[in-house]
Design a protein. Structure first.
Length: 165
């Protein structure tokens, strides 16, 4: 039993030491792999502030896989272009955003506040674009929208004028 505890302790020590020397790209890949596998404790160990509440993504975001662009380091901060391929939602199959990292005394770590802001903004833009397309398709294009709003304004003016009489 003592042998297993020693092995477990040494493994933990090696992982803790090696994570300090990981590159920006490696931290990013390991972080998103942990998120994909719903291993929140592993993900939170790769963040600036080890806060499980901040580390966990919105529960509807299920990651199928992720790809990464070239990391850019600028002193104590870094960015990695990230694309998540999501499960389930056919309208939002993939999302492009930026994973943001900071250099800490524990090595490179994901800045969850900035990364979540980038991710959620990208998702919001995609949803807004999808809604715009749905709206456009259902109303038959810009000319139909102009006609509908024109009629609405005319009828609204008539209602106002008739209520003043």
């Amino acid at each position: 039993m003592a042998k297993y505890l020693t092995l477990l302790f040494l493994s933990f020590l090696m992982f803790g030491c090696s994570s300090k020397n990981m590159s920006v790209s490696t931290v990013t890949q390991e972080f998103w792999t942990a998120q994909q596998q719903n291993r929140i404790d592993a993900a939170k160990n790769l963040t600036v502030k080890e806060d499980a509440k901040k580390t966990k993504l919105y529960k509807k975001i299920e990651i199928k896989t992720a790809t990464f662009g070239k990391a850019k380091e600028d002193g104590n901060s870094a960015t990695v272009p990230t694309k998540l391929y999501l499960k389930g939602d056919k309208d939002i199959g993939e999302v492009d955003f930026t994973t943001k990292l900071n250099k800490t005394d524990r090595g490179w770590r994901v800045n969850m506040d900035s990364t979540k802001q980038s991710l959620y903004l990208a998702i919001s833009k995609q949803v807004a674009g999808n809604l715009g397309n749905i709206f456009k398709e259902s109303l038959g294009g810009v000319d139909s929208i102009k006609t509908i709003f024109g009629e609405f304004i005319k009828n609204f003016k008539d209602v106002i004028e008739n209520s003043n009489k």
